[in-house]
Design a protein. Structure first.
Length: 489
């Protein structure tokens, strides 16, 4: 069975636990053509048929008004029916690697919220009849697609999912999708499904501004009791002040709950798909120490953690298995700025990352990227538990010369050597401040989003965007190359 790259799917409200309605369509018939019929979900019935010599059978009608699942056609000679395009982030600016693109044969199942085991297992809701992954330029090619008008197209990375409609697919030729509005991820719940996320602010960085730049609508950002997809919490006082702790008047002026109210409540933690912790300028050990076990438990059950700089405290002060996940010298100071680091291309996603940075103009020389505000708190990763993504062997702050600026680990880490296929949570640690290059800020005296700036992403913001969407994806060992979902025959 192939695995899904960048896909976390839910059937009947449980992660990758599909109902009988998602079983492969039964294909019968003889002679010149074959046909298959299956429930379209709810009121519709999806019918897929094919004939020889380019002839078409009947078109199936789906449950969405004006949308059908198309007709499969057998082309003459070497011809194929293909759909090509590029997937973009919600803002429609930056092409995305490892997005799943497919045409379903029936209605999609809903996606459940919360930390749940997110392994890549090759299945996809809706029974794909054509599927692909985007490459390091964000491009995809769907081959042997159905033909017809108003054909559904699904774009997905983990729990980011949007279904749009292809106006028309002509038989036995290429249909090029050039409208970015058709092939980007959703900005809000009106357009599709977004993960349920929690952000803790910090005085030393402004990770919350990155979400705005990649295109998440402000209406999807609220206090922890709101119905939006991003809940804001204020981190600890680092001695130099709090991060942003309330919304602007235009966004309701609500105050953020303290981060400790999130860290200390396992039931609340478990409701989130992704946690993003922005650097506070201090490790805030006294405020975090009581909750170390909660953060590990969250990750172990399938949660996704995005840790910014001094939040490495959650790693190097946790249980032995987390403490030994890397060589942590502690808060070792600032690297020169700007500073050129290397991209580790020794594993499949690392190779794609190096290419992607060039393709999005974040790197002028493949295999390197120039960054600002780089810190030194990780000397080296420890295989097979952690994987470095960008690093240097020219660190002037340490006799080893080594420093790791981005790293990932899958959880539970205790399975890294013995059973990596059963790891289903994920952690990203970035050892640089995203706001160092953008000039954005997160301060108590400036209600959100007053500290954020408009404009294009900086090179290191683009690199962080790559890491964020990789974190959003389904989980698989780093040694494996992502694969698209299995196609229903």
């Amino acid at each position: 069975m192939k695995t899904i790259g960048g896909l976390g799917l839910f059937c009947a409200g449980a992660f990758l636990a599909c109902s009988a309605a998602d079983a492969p369509l039964r294909r019968d018939g003889a002679g010149g053509g074959t046909s298959s019929t299956g429930k379209g979900g709810g009121s519709g019935v999806g019918v897929i048929s094919s004939g020889n010599g380019g002839s078409a059978g009947s078109v199936g009608v789906g449950t969405n008004p004006g949308t059908n699942f198309g007709t499969q056609v057998t082309c003459n000679g070497n011809a194929h029916t293909t759909v090509t395009g590029t997937v973009y982030d919600p803002a429609g600016r930056v092409p995305l690697y490892n997005a799943v693109v497919y045409i379903p044969s029936r209605q999609l199942d809903p996606i459940a919220d919360g930390a749940t085991c997110g392994k890549c297992d090759g299945t996809a809701s809706g029974g794909p009849v054509a599927a692909a992954l985007t490459d390091s330029a964000g491009n995809f090619v769907l081959t042997d697609t159905p033909v017809g008008s108003n054909i559904p197209l699904v774009i997905q990375i983990g729990k980011w999912r949007r279904q749009t409609t292809i106006p028309n697919i002509a038989s036995c030729t290429e249909t090029k999708l050039t409208d970015r509005e058709l092939t980007r991820l959703p900005r809000n719940q009106d357009e599709g499904h977004l993960p349920q996320m929690a952000v803790t602010t910090g005085h030393s960085d402004a990770v919350e501004c990155l979400l705005r730049k990649i295109g998440v609508d402000d209406k999807e950002v609220t206090v922890d009791s709101g119905a939006a997809r991003v809940h804001m919490y204020v981190g600890c006082d680092a001695g130099n002040g709090f991060g942003a702790n309330k919304f602007s008047a235009a966004l309701g002026a609500g105050s953020f709950a303290p981060a400790a109210s999130l860290w200390g409540d396992m039931a609340k933690l478990s409701k989130y798909d992704i946690l993003l912790f922005s650097c506070e300028g201090s490790q805030c050990a006294d405020q975090k120490k009581p909750y170390l076990a909660n953060i590990k438990a969250y990750a172990d059950q399938g949660g996704k953690l995005f840790l910014d700089h001094l939040h490495f405290y959650w790693l190097n002060h946790n249980v032995d298995a987390w403490q030994s996940s890397a060589d942590y010298p502690g808060a070792g100071g600032d690297l020169p700025s700007p500073f050129t680091v290397k991209v580790d291309s020794s594993f499949p996603k690392g190779m794609a990352f190096a290419d992607w940075l060039v393709n999005v103009s974040a790197s002028m020389t493949r295999g390197t990227v120039s960054i600002l505000g780089a810190q030194f708190s990780v000397r080296a990763t420890m295989a097979p538990v952690t994987q470095q993504w960008i690093y240097t062997d020219m660190n002037p702050l340490d006799s080893s010369g080594k420093a790791v600026e981005y790293m990932t680990m899958n959880t539970p880490v205790e399975l890294a050597a013995s059973n990596p296929a059963n790891q289903c949570g994920r952690v990203v640690l970035t050892d640089l401040h995203v706001s160092s290059a953008s000039g954005e800020s997160s301060h108590a005296e400036t209600p959100f989003p007053g500290g954020c700036k408009a404009g294009d992403l900086t090179p290191q913001e683009k690199a962080l965007e790559f890491m964020f969407f990789d974190l959003s994806s389904c989980v698989q060992p780093e040694s494996m190359k992502p694969e698209p979902p299995v196609i229903v025959k």
